[in-house]
Design a protein around this ligand. Sequence first.
Ligand code: COA
Length: 198
Amino acid sequence: MSPVRFGGETIAAGHAAFRDLIEDDIEAVVRYWYDSGDDYLAFLGIDKARLGSEDDTRARFRRALRTGDPDQRSMAFAITLDDTFVGYTLLNRYGADSNFSHWHLTNPLARKTGISTALYPHRIAMYCEACDMNRLTHQTRPRNIGVNRMLDKFVPIAETVWVENPDGIAGAGEFNHRYVTRAYVPKLFRILDKLRSR
Ligand SMILES: CC(C)(COP(=O)(O)OP(=O)(O)OC[C@H]1O[C@@H](n2cnc3c(N)ncnc32)[C@H](O)[C@@H]1OP(=O)(O)O)[C@@H](O)C(=O)NCCC(=O)NCCS
């Protein structure tokens, strides 16, 4: 399947958008996970056993390259700024009402530019376009101020709970859960409009 491009937003830093992750992006993802250092992994709360080896990570992302199968369990998308890869998002699907997503600006220069805020409604719309997702759970560490401040603009925290077996490669710990549904997408764009006009 040739890579699909998805809508985005122009922000001060450039044009932020999405496309399907491709094989050529995988090495940047691998370098992010293995070159960022132990302190960074500890801050994110990554379980190194779950992260596994570089080859495990390559294989995990190869499985998530979109094939066109609407039932694909894991789907990866590149986050781009002026067409340059700056990060990725991974959607893990367990059922229409059970979906978890992961979001990483792998290029530190892209962080705190407003890109995650500007793309948030587009991100949820993209997941809904790519599959039958009805409800998504955001599972974030309370100490990760950046991601929580970004999500606070759109979706309130539903609960803060101890999770023994979080989604993806994270270790057990306390997490904020927020839920967003397909029906909520138009509201997300209205919120973004309001943020823009501030
Ligand atoms: C954390 C992350 C998702 C935030 O996205 P971002 O694009 O940098 O955030 P934005 O620029 O849209 O900023 C949203 C708000 O959070 C604030 N913010 C962002 N990063 C912050 C940080 N590290 N510390 C404090 N505040 C932060 C911004 O100043 C902005 O605040 P405002 O409410 O005053 O407008 C992004 O930096 C990232 O991918 N980091 C690395 C991986 C990661 O932590 N992923 C999330 C795992 S759950």
